[in-house]
Ligand binder design. Sequence first.
Ligand code: DGY
Length: 420
Amino acid sequence: MNTRSEALRVLLGNWRGYNTVPAPDLYPHQWSWDSAFIAIGTRHLSPLRAQRELESLFGAQWDDGRVPHIVFDPATPDEGYFPGPSFWNSKSVTGPGVAATSGIVQPPVHALAAWEVFQSDPDTAQRRRFLQRLYPKLVAWHEYLRCRRDLGGAGLVSIVHPWESGMDNSPAWDPALARVRPVSMRRYRRRDLDHADASQRPTDEDYGRYVRLVETYRDSGYADRPEVHEFAVEDPLTNALLAASEEAMAGIADEVGAPAAPHLAELARLREAMVARLFSGGLFHPFDVRSGELTEVGSVAGLVPLVVPDLPVAEELIATATGPRFRAGELGVVPSFDLTDERFDPARYWRGPAWFNIGWLIRRGLLTHGASKLAEVLRSGYLEVAERAGFREYADPHRATGLGAHRFAWTAALTLDLIE
Ligand code: DGY
């Protein structure tokens, strides 16, 4: 197959006029961090379309600055996906006339994406005042995370639902999730299993807990008081992407005539807080705010801080990435979970399979820290998976077989970006 034209075909097929659906069956609406990764690839197809992708997402931003993790398609709001708008009931907070959305967030990779999109075609972006419009929204988004989500008091962002990490069923969440009482399956119907193999998805028990956490947050009116949240975890990936996005914000600020220094100061502050609080044994780990403990498991989220410039522990992270726990140099891809841990499962979602967005981020971090040879190994490794398996949601890291959804948009988008 011609990988480039197939990738374009997926992006064109999933485009819905203002945004791109991650996968037509399994994820038929707009997802927050998906849109950011999709924009990074779509800029090679049409910079204008990439700008629209990000702007349509920020069109659904809440007054408090949060960028919801799902923006529902107004034509088919309650179809095909659970939990839909009636479950989230977000309009009780945002008011009518606003897009129906979820009430949780996803990792803040948007400023980084906006900066990449801008750089691919500064002329069109300037003509459309793309950065001028987006910058205040990005500022409000980061402020929401910084001010409303510092639930642990250490200057780091807490996620309040595993879905907010983007890595829903990572074993990293098992201890914190075990304290949450699952909702009975009789009270809802999973729609994901209509479209995906159950052995490659989170378990029913996981789902019952996800639903409980949504209900509690929703019933509090999406309040971010610490006592509302049974699950509150400082996630290394979320904080690393916020730091990397602050670097991008400095570039954006320069372009729009705003001061860049506060963004660079914020980047430095986050970097320091992350290293002090989350780094241990060659890897970053989530800090469980409820138990007051670091959850020392080998999630690939712990390698993502490589995207933070001038990270003082970059060499240790690269050693972990290439060592027995992830074997990135031999496999050419990075498994989502520690290969040496008995919970590693090569097929189940975030408990082992390799994902393109994570490979893309780690490759970027390797380039940032001068490890260009390993970066190239990952670039060709992921391209090989795309050529062999097509644009699947994730892949078995050993056999490079495709798993999860087909025609997965960020896989196509980031493949395109790796080719260009
Ligand atoms: C899902 O529905 O599987 C998503 O990961 C939640 O956003």
